[in-house]
Design a protein around this ligand. Sequence first.
Ligand code: ATP
Ligand code: MG
Length: 569
Amino acid sequence: MTETISASELPGESKTPVNFIHAIIEEDIRNGKNGGRVHTRFPPEPNGYLHIGHAKSICLNFGTALKYNGKCNLRFDDTNPVKEDVEYVDSIRDDVHWLGFDWEGREFFASDYFHQIYEFAEKLILKGKAYVCDLSAEQIAEQKGSPTRPGQESPYRNRPVEENLDLLRRMKAGEFPEGSRVLRAKIDMASPNMHMRDPILYRIIHTEHHRTGNEWCIYPMYDFAHGQSDSIEGITHSICTLEFEVHRPLYDWCIRELEIFAPQQIEFARLNMTYTVMSKRKLLELVKNNFVSGWDDPRMPTISGLRRRGYTPASIRNFADLVGVAKRENVIDVGLLEFCIREDLNKNANRLMGVINPVKLVITSFPEDLVEEMNAVNNPENPDAGSRKVAFTRELYIEREDFMEDPPSKFFRLAPGREVRLKYAYIIRCESVVKDPVSGEITEIHCTHDPETLSGRSESNRKVKGTLHWVSATQCTEAEIRLYDRLFMGENPEDVPEGEDYKKNLNPNSLKVVKGYIESSAANAPVLDKYQFERLGYFCVDSDSKPGNLVFNRTVALKDSWAKSNANN
Ligand code: ATP
Ligand code: MG
């Protein structure tokens, strides 16, 4: 279930210096601006599932409101009926709640304001600040000029107010085909800022909207909806990403000309991460073309994918805090996200033994029918986590990598004639191996145990160099284990030669499925249960899992083995 966090639970309040956005807000509070009120919003467009970049924005907007005793709205920016869908609205609500934030009923839709925004448009026309333009999209683009060359004024720019009003009303009434006319702001075709060159405010789209149905056939552009919605809601600080910096003069122009409450737009650098694409359009493409199993595929950087993979809300909030708030574009190492989940699960996930590349080990000195219950600590980092019993029997599984027939001197695991400890159990000694007569592959390792060395007894202090994890071959549960690698090869998947695209960098080996064996104590583990499989990493029960058909995702390896193995290449 989801839990809502409070200001005192925000990560890093004490350790992080005040970021530049909070510095602006604190200055505003000191100056009594907006009566000291702080009101932010998170404004997703419901055209896809949220990703880790959105999580950063959610933590910043909701976290800022919590910190300054303010409010944060959830606002769906649904001004483009062509790409939006209720499925996305539902997933966005779930994801924000899951991250631990609550909009306290202040859930709004830009489409709720369509009437008000339309009135704003008529107001601009009456002030002589907007006109209906009959040029085609191509003609408008052609006449826009370039950053170094002024644009041309539209022949419709000086239409009389009455004619503009009449045409806008008829656009609204559905008299004209799509693309035949637009409403434009009358600003300055020579402005060095291209966004100020008579930008489009309204366009005709004859498409049903997921909320307003067929009520409207004209829809406001982002630039004529976002600031207006902010103003209507009394947003004090409208936090957005850097690409909107160049839109700010238009944002402010609209607010000024409409003479409405003025929120302050503040931009910060969007989160980019290595080995990851971070655009809903591209993520949608991966889903639509079945490169992944869905929006919540555990390899996806979506919030739903991370959740299914085994990430916790706290780990993502902590990541958002560590990343900080930057004014310049940058790329964060995905290893930082992995660090955050390791840190969380190390403290909070119970330990479990599981073997994912099994080879059978037979303790010839151990009675055939005996099941000995070994005492295993659930979590050495958490004394309250208690302990459990693990069945120890004559036949066990250990990892194939933990045995070598002809080991180098630095190999401290099992080899012929060598001793190791089996965790929570005995010291064993390898006596012989059995091989498949055809393939030569080792099928069984035969050992004897020293009954005087049971783990935890004072007389068992004999030291051996290696300790191995294991599971009983007869008292265990089989599980499907999904091992993930990066979805993309190359730190920057978008870095491809001319004419090719990021999909070329998809890692063909990003998913490996193996059959493993785990302690039967986890046989009925519910979906999303998280464990540290000793020596292997952190694992989480997948949503495909069913009783009798357990499926685990590897969330992350114990150490950053990936970076290390690459460094060695
Ligand atoms: P994308 O480019 O991935 O499709 P978007 O910006 O179009 O994302 P919106 O739904 O418009 O997606 O975004 C909602 C909010 O999340 C906006 O305020 C946006 O600035 C912010 N946001 C989106 N991507 C990031 C990111 N990578 N880092 C930080 N904030 C982001
Ligand atoms: Mg957007």
